[in-house]
Design a protein around this ligand. Structure first.
Ligand code: C2O
Ligand code: CU
Ligand code: CU
Length: 503
């Protein structure tokens, strides 16, 4: 693969690919009816084994300390996943995945967004506690050919691996699978984890390609289950190779920016030490984990030990998240990253600290809410216009309406949200604005209560079918916030609501 042409799409290629992308974005046209039921497709193999590469960083245009300023332009571009074939994609600044934004807690951030994709879009700062009017939610679309500046000051004390992606009403899924998603890393002012561990972001994306190199539209099966593509990529490459020395301990931030993948990952026996989740550090490192789990949109911060010379492959393990209809894809054993451990010994590094930070328990909730996730066939909303062929995705029986406030809350108020999932599929539930803590999972049939293994800050939680997740939620900023299933097809089809947080 030609890495240069993959990474950077020249201006010359934009005119042609733009028309193509616009065509694709119109949704189900005649030519795409084939495969709409998701009949088995021939998987086009991708080249593997290129050297691993770090995500390119978005340069800070500001020289003022404590500030970050940059521009992000979303536009059609091209990528070359297979030699000789051009893939029309959507890209930020010509790159897919988008450039990594790296900032520090407390920074004042201003990002000028220019939309040239041929349709409405937004940039949502997933997991970042930004004011509601800077959140890039569906209620504030940015028209094609226009722009806006997102500006916010990051609170002190919040450092985490977050990300950014579009959030336009009913169009999020397609804009993300065509390439619009990037990492947004907020570093602490003083990091308790020694720099000798490194810090490498592994952004996982999902790619499906037709034989001509193009990305096919979502099928009806994709709308029901969420799009599960043919290939999992790390930083835009299929199963790249990373070389380390024997005894190396490396820190990775895993980011699941796929539309719908539930990723249960192993490193072929190399043990993980869990450092953090969506909302930053745990209270203490958790060593000796043989696998990690990332729901769609989820992140983990881990250290992996590569003790002895040999090869360790980061790969998926089978995971049953429920499936509707035929053509259930085989999601077991897909290789993401190959680490080759050399014979040379790595230099000794200081041990991990025994504690990372304190996570305060949120206190007793004063409001309890029940949110019931639903799937129903034959709805009006989910008809052809919603692309779901007569299927509705609901919360408390209703599909999303951006002109309807579903819940009213108050800044600083601790609430218990019981998210019940009586459906046939697991749904990753996400709340904008602030991280939450899980109080427990409840089995809907038996009532059995399972507390989480440890205190952690999350912004997305997989709610397994037949269970409820009890979330302790506390919004710290006023305004309208979305909450939704982060299977992006489900979100587009209405499994989403609005909470109005009063000052
Ligand atoms: Cu990752 Cu509502 O978004
Ligand atoms: Cu979000
Ligand atoms: Cu869902």
């Amino acid at each position: 693969m030609d890495r240069r042409s993959f990474l950077l799409t020249g201006a010359a290629s934009l005119a042609l690919s733009r028309a193509q992308a616009q065509m694709n974005m119109r949704g189900m046209s005649g030519g795409t009816m084939r495969g709409m039921m998701g009949t088995r497709r021939q998987i086009v193999p991708l080249p593997e084994g290129e050297p691993f590469r770090e995500l390119p960083k978005l340069a800070n245009q500001s020289s003022k300390p404590g500030t970050f300023a940059a521009m992000l332009t979303a536009a059609p571009g091209t990528a070359r996943f297979i030699n000789g074939l051009t893939t029309p994609v959507l890209a930020y600044n010509g790159q897919s995945p988008g450039p990594m934004i790296e900032v520090t807690e407390g920074d004042a951030v201003a990002i000028q967004f220019v939309n040239r994709i041929g349709d409405i879009s937004t940039i949502h700062w997933h997991g970042v506690p930004v004011p509601a009017d800077q959140d890039g939610a569906a209620m504030s679309p940015v028209a094609d050919g226009t722009g806006r500046t997102y500006s916010f000051t990051l609170p002190a004390g919040f450092a985490a691996a977050c990300w950014y992606h579009p959030h336009p009403h009913m169009k999020t899924a397609e804009q993300v699978y065509r390439g619009l998603a990037g990492a947004f890393i907020i570093r602490p002012k003083v990091d308790p984890v020694p720099a000798a561990y490194g810090d490498t972001v592994l952004q996982i994306t999902d790619l499906r390609l037709d034989a001509d190199g193009s990305m096919p539209d979502d099928t009806m099966i994709d709308r029901m289950n969420g799009r599960v593509g043919d290939h999992l990529l790390i930083n835009g490459l299929k199963n790249p190779v990373l070389a380390v020395d024997a005894g190396a301990r490396r820190r990775f931030r895993l980011l699941n920016s796929t539309n719908a993948r539930f990723l249960r990952l192993s490193f072929d026996g190399a043990p993980f030490t869990l450092l953090g989740t969506d909302g930053g550090y745990l209270e203490a490192p958790v060593p000796g984990q043989s696998e990690v789990f990332l729901p769609p949109a989820g992140r983990v911060d881990v250290v992996v030990d590569f003790a002895a010379p040999g090869t360790h492959v980061l790969h998926t393990l089978a995971y049953d998240h429920g499936w509707m209809g035929p053509t259930r894809p085989d999601e077991s054993r897909q290789n993401l990253l190959t680490v080759k451990v050399a014979d040379t010994k790595a230099a000794a590094i200081p041990p991990l600290p025994s504690t990372l930070r304190a996570i305060e328990p949120p206190g007793a909730p004063i409001v309890t809410r029940t949110l019931v996730l639903g799937e129903s066939m034959g709805g009006m909303m989910g008809g052809m216009s919603g692309g779901g062929m007569g299927m509705d995705m609901t919360i408390n029986g209703r599909t999303f309406d951006m002109n309807r406030v579903d819940l009213i809350s108050k800044v600083g108020q601790v609430e218990l949200w019981e998210v019940q999932n009586p459906t046939d599929m697991d749904h990753p539930f996400h709340i904008h604005g602030n991280s939450f803590q899980v109080r427990a999972f409840v089995d809907l049939k038996t009532g059995a209560v399972t507390p989480p293994p440890r205190r952690a800050l999350l912004d997305v939680i997989s709610v397994p079918r037949g269970q409820a997740a009890q979330l302790l939620v506390r919004q710290m900023l006023p305004g309208l916030r979305m909450y939704h299933c982060h299977i992006l097809e489900h979100e587009d089809m209405g499994m989403m609501g609005l909470v109005d947080v009063n000052a």
